[in-house]
Design a protein around this ligand. Structure first.
Ligand code: FAD
Ligand code: NAD
Length: 473
């Protein structure tokens, strides 16, 4: 496409079509604004194309094979052959279906879709740059802009992504074969989810983590179950070691060097090295100076509770606006920004944003932990039930994990931590409870269907009220 000196006008310019941007664009169109959404790569952003969706497709597919393989004691004798090419084809089909869906939904809502890179040219002007030989640019004049340019993986200087054998999550999720050995640098969300996937695919996995524990943001008893299960899968943990260098070796492996805090070093050889040490905001695509915005020292765009930047008419949502870097937070912020542009009294409420790690079993949390509640001045009441007290868990052949609720003295739910299969689904009820200011009595008085895992939520609130039926007090 060759584009010349065309100038168009729009009420709302949205830059980036990930879960922050496309949701902001559709919501702004629902408010009857003329909306232009610019994407330089693929509709759906990191989440649909390289992140949440492909990784969860692999989490599910590898789990099916793993569970079938481990079900002899249930009378099932199977040894499924895993064909990574077939699995990848299925995963790519899921991605295509969803990304086309996003494109279709935007069009149906009347959003003008523009392919190219948007960069600011002035306070209310942007250029859409179509990179590549012989391609021009067009100018868009806007009243409001929503920046939703997302994030990219942090690169370790000594372990650059252009080293043969070193990959980011995007590279590993596009792998055509299962490496015999995989070293995962960083035991955070990505590291733990993908080490589970590749261990289930048969790779020898070692996680090298700089801090003393993997998933360091979570309480120790929350991560213990996941660490033990991963160890059962053969995952090895090397904690307290920060990766510093990677060197390709003549036998097509990579030698990774990592150092302890006191400078002792250890090396790890593997066919592939995944670097997953966090993500950094993308703002260098935008020519921010021209609009008059400056990122923070960490590169994020500061926003208020309506997602407004230092400029009244420019908003920022999703990963580019800071932690938590989660797709559902990005979408929630997209709705808030569009509402604020329409003059609604809308605001981001961070207290009930769930966080989920799709490990085996899953971890899901919302709101405050007991320690955070205490730090915030509450005298919290805690109720916890082990998963093994759930009939449904046993019929799923699961027993490790728990549901814990944290409430204020007056009974209002402040937070919850769940370690269980489908914790990602169970956390929805607890998120609603925190969001609505429900009390322990409200949740305990809610009848949960039997046999379901959600009964453990009712039981945990009963435990907090010192009257659990199925767990010793
Ligand atoms: P993005 O999805 O990154 O989209 C930003 C878009 O902006 C991109 O498409 C980019 O091409 C475009 N862009 C950038 N600059 C310009 C420009 N100047 N002009 C035009 N377009 C531009 N989160 C969860 O909640 N759950 C999960 O299970 C989960 N799993 C993940 C797994 C992996 C492997 C990864 C990497 C991430 C995962 N995340 C998950 C995080 C999630 O992907 C992000 O939080 C989410 O994508 C952020 O959405 P966003 O709209 O802010 O940005
Ligand atoms: P992360 O912040 O979750 O974990 C990074 C880990 O790398 C940390 O434990 C850190 O201590 C460690 N680390 C840093 N430098 C290191 C070094 N030199 N050597 C060894 N370890 C080192 O980051 P991530 O796993 O890359 O994920 C990025 C973001 O993507 C997450 O913060 C999250 O917001 C999002 N994400 C979410 C999900 C989900 O919601 N299920 C899944 C994947 C990614």
């Amino acid at each position: 496409m060759v584009v010349g000196d065309v100038t168009t006008g729009t009420d709302v310019l949205v830059v980036g079509a990930g879960p922050g941007g496309y949701v902001a664009a559709i919501r702004a169109a629902q408010h009857d604004f003329d909306v232009t959404l610019v994407e330089r790569d693929a509709y759906g952003g990191t989440c649909l194309n390289y992140g949440c969706i492909p990784s969860k497709a692999y989490v599910s597919a590898t789990d099916i094979a793993h569970r079938a393989r481990e079900a002899e004691h249930m009378g099932i004798h199977a040894d499924p052959a895993v064909d990574l090419e077939g699995m990848a084809e299925w995963k790519d089909g899921v991605v295509t279906r969803l990304t086309r869906g996003v494109e279709g939904l935007c069009k149906q809502a009347g959003v003008n879709l523009v392919e190219g890179r948007a960069e600011f040219a002035g306070e209310t002007t942007a250029r859409i740059v179509h990179d590549g030989a012989g391609e021009g640019a067009e100018t868009v004049e806007f009243e409001h802009a929503v920046i939703a340019t997302g994030s990219r993986p942090v690169e370790l200087p000594g372990v650059p992504f252009d080293t043969e054998g070193v990959v980011s999550s995007k590279g590993l999720l596009a792998a055509e074969s299962v490496p015999e050995s995989l070293v995962v640098v960083g035991g955070g969300y990505i590291g733990m989810e993908l080490s589970t996937v590749f261990a289930k695919l048969g790779a020898d996995v070692t996680v090298v983590e700089a801090l003393d524990s993997v998933l360091p943001a979570y309480e120790d008893d929350v991560t213990a179950v996941v660490r033990d299960r991963a160890a059962d899968l053969g995952v090895e943990f090397a904690t307290g070691l920060a990766a510093t260098d990677a060197e390709p070796r003549p036998d097509d492996t990579v030698r990774l060097t990592a150092e302890t805090g006191t400078g002792e070093s250890r090396t790890f050889d593997a066919e592939r090295v995944l670097v997953a040490v966090g993500r950094e905001p993308v703002t260098d695509t935008l020519n921010l100076d021209a609009v008059g915005l400056k990122p923070t020292d960490e590169g994020f765009l500061d926003t208020d509770e309506q997602c407004r930047t230092a400029l009244d008419h420019v908003f920022a949502v999703g990963d580019v606006a800071g932690e938590p870097m989660l797709a559902h937070e990005a979408s929630a912020a997209g709705k808030v920004a569009a509402g604020a542009i329409a003059g609604d009294p809308t605001a981001m409420d961070q207290q009930a944003i769930p966080e989920v790690v799709f490990t085996d079993p899953e971890i899901a949390t919302v709101g405050l932990t007991e320690a955070e509640a205490t730090e915030s001045g509450f005298d919290p009441v805690v109720g916890e039930v082990p998963l093994r007290s759930s009939g449904r868990a046993l019929t799923l052949d699961e027993r490790e994990g728990f549901v814990r609720v944290v409430a204020a003295e007056a009974g209002f739910l402040l937070g919850a931590q769940v370690v269980a299969p489908e914790a990602s689904e169970l956390i929805a009820e607890l998120g609603l409870a925190v969001e609505m200011g429900a009390t322990l009595e409200d949740v305990a008085g809610t009848v949960h269907a039997h046999p379901t895992l959600s009964e453990s939520i009712g039981e945990a609130t009963e435990a907090a009220l010192s009257r659990a039926i199925h767990a010793a007090q």
